[in-house]
Design a protein around this ligand. Sequence first.
Ligand SMILES: [Zn+2]
Ligand SMILES: [Zn+2]
Length: 433
Amino acid sequence: MIRVTIVFIGLLVAASPGWAEDWQEMVADRTAAATDRVVALRHDFHASPELGNREFKTAAKVAMRLRELGFDEVQTGIAYTGVVGILKGDKPGPVVALRADMDGLPVTEKTGLPYASKVTTQWRGQESGVMHACGHDAHMAILLGVAEVLSGMREQIPGTVKFIFQPAEEGTPPGEEGGADLMIKEGVLTGEYAPGAIFGLHVFPFTPGALGYRPGGMMAASDGLYIKVKGVQTHGSMPWSGVDPIAVSAQIINSLQQVVSRQIDLTNAPAVITIGSINGGNRGNIIPEEVEMIGTIRTLDPQMRLDVHARIEKTVRLVAQASGAEADVEIRQGYPVTFNDLELTAQMAPVLDRVAVGGQAIVGKPVLGAEDFSYFAQEIPALFFGLGVAKEGVGPGDSAPNHSPYFEINDAALPVGVEALSNLALEWLHRAD
Ligand SMILES: [Zn+2]
Ligand SMILES: [Zn+2]
């Protein structure tokens, strides 16, 4: 009998629009009340950035704040410095995850802000500044804002919210593993609190408080391309007596561009192959033995990614062979495609529309940069979206981009991020209820 009653109440609650309005309003009120602390946290993180896998002080601050807020569990030291906070609602239900990345970049800050970073470090043998030039300070402050908002409304949470603070999104020190991939290997998506979906955001310099997303491929897979062309060295005046790897490399570069322009269906998704470095030879009258090329491959569709790799390997090998040269091709897999689950995105788009400045989220163009949130999205349904943080009245083209020493964040946009993630978590849990 008790069981029947609970099920009945559950149905009533799920069907009642008044209930949803209650928690939406509560999130809005609690976000407004938390905003000063969110801004203060961001300035604090901004003034003391740390590089990937070295976010020791940052992680300690995050863990301390989650404990202050009365989280049920706070786990530290995951994938070096990662922190996971568990917040249980008053009602049983599934688990939803929210993710923020924590690392800064080896960039010397030039913003002149009162809370600008003065931190320096050794980076690849050279002295360098350290800066939150990608906005991960905002991501952490926003997620701690969500922690504050949701920890005060457990009676509205039918399930558990898992807060993932992830190290090393921008990469690790040489030879170390790290980031989302390592957190997954260490079990962050499995076990007692295995999440059924995950949400994350990234700040970009567009209209403050605007939200942007894209169903399917949102950010690119980024893979490294390493090519070695071996010819036969000879005098520059007698190319017929050797095999010229420079002429062959020129043909390879042109043929690679035709992989994108002639062989893949660009109406499905764009792709980019770039050769960014070419080295061979040391003077004008010697045809060298060998040429080395390094490039990057960007794709937005997991299937197309594999197809493009296969075509690159075939093209390089056969073009070299046709000229009597040999070529080694190595493709080193980087971050996968950041893929927004189509069903989840369709379900959650109204939440983003409701919260976004302007009353509607923007369905944006894909970004050919890469994000290691993609590893989470490979495992469970995921939605990653952009939050605009440009200064008021400054166009996107006039703002310093992410990774610039002049990159700045408009604090007025932060509450929109807090509201968006809080609402997404609640909406998903209530739908699953
Ligand atoms: Zn970045
Ligand atoms: Zn970033």
